[in-house]
Design a protein around this ligand. Structure first.
Ligand code: PMP
Length: 382
C-alpha cells in the first residue's frame, strides 16, 4: 500500500501518534533504565551491534510477472541471527527489574540460535550459560555454543526432545537459586523486543520508500517475531495482514500437536508456544522443507545472500501471500539467520525437486538494500 492510500484510510489520530509511537518504541534503553547498573556500559555497547538491520528489496519473476518482496536482513546481527534482539531485550529487562544477579547462570532450552545469542550475550555480560538442546540440531550450532563458553546438555528424543529440554531447564532452576531462566517461549518480552525494534525499523524503512506493508509473514519458532512485528504494524495500520508460517511436513500450528518431522531448523519446535496468539493472525501458510532449501540455495547462489533454511521458507511464504494479495502487494518478512550454521546439512547438498515446489519457478533478479533507520530523523519527521 502507498503511504498516500494509508493517509486516506487510517484515522487521523493514528497519524498524529506515529512519531510518538516510534519515538517511544525504538530507544529501548530510555524506557528500561539500567543507568545505575555496572552493566550499563556493556549493554550500550551490545545495542550498537544488535538490530537496526538493512531491509532488502528483492526483485523476482514468477510466471512472467515481476514482483518485489521485502526482507529484514537479520543475519547481520551480533551472532548472525534475529534471536539477538530477543536475548538482549530479555536480559536488559532482567537487569532493570533485578531478576538476574551477577554470578547467576543463564539457563535456556533452545533449538540453536537462542542458545548462541544467550551464550554470546551472557559471556559479554559475565554470566555462565547452560543450554538444553535436542540432540538432532546441526553440528555447527553445537560447536558455536561451545566456542562461546557455554555448557550444552543434549536432550534425546527418549528424554522428551524439545519439551524435555524445557522441563530440564525448569528443573535445574528449581534446584538452584543462582539460575536465570529467560523462558523464550512464554516470556512476553520476546514479543516486545520485536514490537519495539524489528517492527518499527521495517515500518520506517518502507516509509522511506513511500510504502507501507500490506502483509508480514514469518516462520514460527517461539512466535516472538510474528507476534511482535505484527503487533507494531497493525498498530500503525490495522489493515496489515500478519501470517504465521510452518513446515508442510510438520503442521504443528494447524493441528495443535507435534506431527511429522522437518528440516527447517528454528521453526515448528513440536508444540504451540504460549506467546503465539493464532486467533489474532491470518491463516497459517505452509511451505515444504525441500522447497525452502532450494529457495535458500538460490538466494545464496544467485544473489549472494547467504541465508539459512527458514529464510528460504519465509521468502516462499511471502511469494504465496503475493499470489493471493496481488503482484503489487507490499509483502514483508525476515531472513532470520545466515547459512553458516547449516554447512553440514541438506542445505549444502543436492535437493530433489518435487512437482509442487515453488522455488524452481522463481527467477531471482536482484536485490537492493534499503538503509538502516536513522532513529532521530524518523522520530521527528512526521
Ligand atoms: N528461523 C530461525 C533460524 C530461528 O532460529 C528462529 C527462532 N527459533 C525462527 C526462525 C523463528 O523466530 P521466532 O522464535 O521469533 O518465532
Amino acid at each position: 500500500m502507498l503511504v498516500t492510500e494509508l493517509a486516506a484510510s487510517a484515522p487521523v489520530e493514528a497519524h498524529t501518534q506515529i512519531a510518538g509511537v516510534y519515538a517511544r518504541s525504538l530507544p529501548m534503553s530510555s524506557t528500561i533504565s539500567i543507568a545505575n547498573s555496572p552493566a550499563s556500559a556493556r549493554f550500550s555497547g551490545l545495542e550498537s551491534m544488535i538490530g537496526n538491520t538493512p531491509l532488502l528489496a528483492i526483485d523476482y519473476e514468477i510466471g512472467g510477472r515481476r514482483r518485489t518482496v521485502y526482507a529484514k536482513s537479520e543475519q547481520m546481527n551480533f551472532t548472525g541471527s534475529i534471536k539477538d534482539r530477543m536475548a538482549l531485550h530479555i536480559l536488559r529487562l532482567a537487569y532493570a527489574q533485578g531478576s538476574i544477579h551477577s554470578g547467576d547462570t543463564i539457563v535456556e532450552a533452545t533449538s540453536g540460535n537462542t542458545g548462541i545469542s544467550f551464550a554470546a550475550l551472557g559471556r559479554a555480560l559475565g554470566h555462565a550459560v547452560t543450554i538444553f538442546m535436542p540432540n538432532w540440531m546441526s553440528r555447527e550450532r553445537v560447536d558455536l555454543i561451545h566456542s562461546l563458553g557455554a555448557n550444552i546438555v543434549p536432550v534425546t528424543k527418549a528424554q522428551g526432545g524439545f519439551l524435555g529440554s524445557i522441563r530440564m531447564a525448569e528443573e535445574m532452576a528449581a534446584q538452584r537459586n543462582d539460575v536465570f531462566l529467560p523462558r523464550q517461549f512464554s516470556n512476553t518480552a520476546n514479543v516486545e523486543a520485536h514490537e519495539q525494534t524489528t517492527g518499527p525499523e521495517l515500518y520506517w524503512q518502507l516509509r522511506s520508500e513511500g510504502l507501507t506493508a500490506d502483509a508480514f509473514v514469518a516462520g514460527v519458532g517461539t512466535g516472538g517475531t510474528v507476534m511482535g512485528v505484527g503487533r507494531f504494524l497493525k498498530k500503525m495500520d490495522p489493515a496489515t495482514r500478519i501470517y504465521p508460517t510452518e513446515p508442510a511436513e510438520s503442521p504443528t500450528l494447524s493441528t495443535g500437536c507435534k506431527v511429522g518431522q522437518h528440516r527447517i531448523q528454528g521453526i515448528s519446535d513440536e508444540f504451540v508456544p504460549a506467546i503465539l496468539q493464532l486467533e489474532q493472525l491470518e491463516p497459517v501458510i505452509d511451505v515444504s522443507d525441500g522447497d525452502s532449501i532450494l529457495m535458500a540455495q538460490k538466494l545464496a547462489g544467485e544473489l549472494g545472500l547467504a541465508v539459512g533454511i527458514s529464510s528460504g521458507a519465509n521468502l516462499l511464504a511471502a511469494v504465496k501471500v503475493q499470489d493471493s494479495l496481488g503482484d503489487d502487494a507490499v509483502v514483508t518478512t525476515v531472513f532470520a539467520d545466515d547459512n553458516k550454521k547449516y554447512l553440514s546439512t541438506d542445505l549444502l547438498r543436492d535437493e530433489p525437486v518435487k512437482p509442487h515446489y515453488v522455488a524452481p519457478a522463481i527467477k531471482l533478479i536482484s536485490f537492493r538494500a534499503l538503509g538502516r533507520v536513522c532513529r532521530a530523523c524518523t522520530a521527528v519527521r512526521d
